[in-house]
Design a protein around this ligand. Structure first.
Ligand SMILES: [Zn+2]
Ligand SMILES: [Zn+2]
Length: 128
C-alpha cells in the first residue's frame, strides 16, 4: 500500500516538474524571439564596408603623407615605402591593412570618428 502512495507522489512530482520545464521553455523562447527582432536593427546600422567599397578609397604612398605619419590603429609609423590609405572627408591616413580591417567592421574614421559619406561610393560608381 505504501508503495502505491509513494508511486503516486513520485508521478505527481514528475508531472509538476514537466509543467515547470514547459513553462520555462516557453519563457526562454519568447525572450529569444524578442531579442532576435531587436538584433538586426543594431547590426545593419553599424555595417562595415565591403571589399569593393574599400577599393574605391584613396590610396597613397607613405612618403606622400603630410598630416603626420603615425597609424592610429597599430600606433606604428607609416614608412615612406609603405602603402597608406586616406579616409575620405577627414583625410586621416592609416596602413592599408589596418584601415581595411577596421572599415570592414565600422564605417567611420578610427581617429576622429567621422562617418564615411555613402555618397562617396555612389558618386564614384558613375562612368563620367
Ligand atoms: Zn597600422
Ligand atoms: Zn579622421
Amino acid at each position: 500500500m505504501l508503495n502505491w502512495v509513494l508511486l503516486a507522489i513520485f508521478l505527481l512530482c514528475v508531472g509538476m516538474s514537466g509543467v515547470i520545464i514547459v513553462y520555462m521553455c516557453l519563457l526562454w523562447y519568447s525572450t529569444t524571439l524578442q531579442s532576435n527582432v531587436v538584433l538586426p536593427v543594431t547590426s545593419t546600422s553599424e555595417k562595415g564596408l565591403s571589399s569593393s567599397e574599400l577599393d574605391k578609397l584613396p590610396k597613397i604612398a607613405g612618403k606622400e603623407l603630410v598630416m603626420g605619419t603615425e597609424c592610429a590603429i597599430c600606433l606604428d609609423e607609416i614608412e615612406k615605402e609603405q602603402p597608406a590609405r586616406l579616409v575620405p572627408g577627414c583625410n586621416h591616413a592609416f596602413h592599408i591593412e589596418c584601415i581595411n580591417t577596421w572599415l570592414s567592421k565600422h564605417p567611420l574614421c578610427p581617429l576622429c570618428r567621422a562617418k564615411l559619406d555613402p555618397e562617396f561610393f555612389s558618386s564614384s560608381q558613375n562612368p563620367c
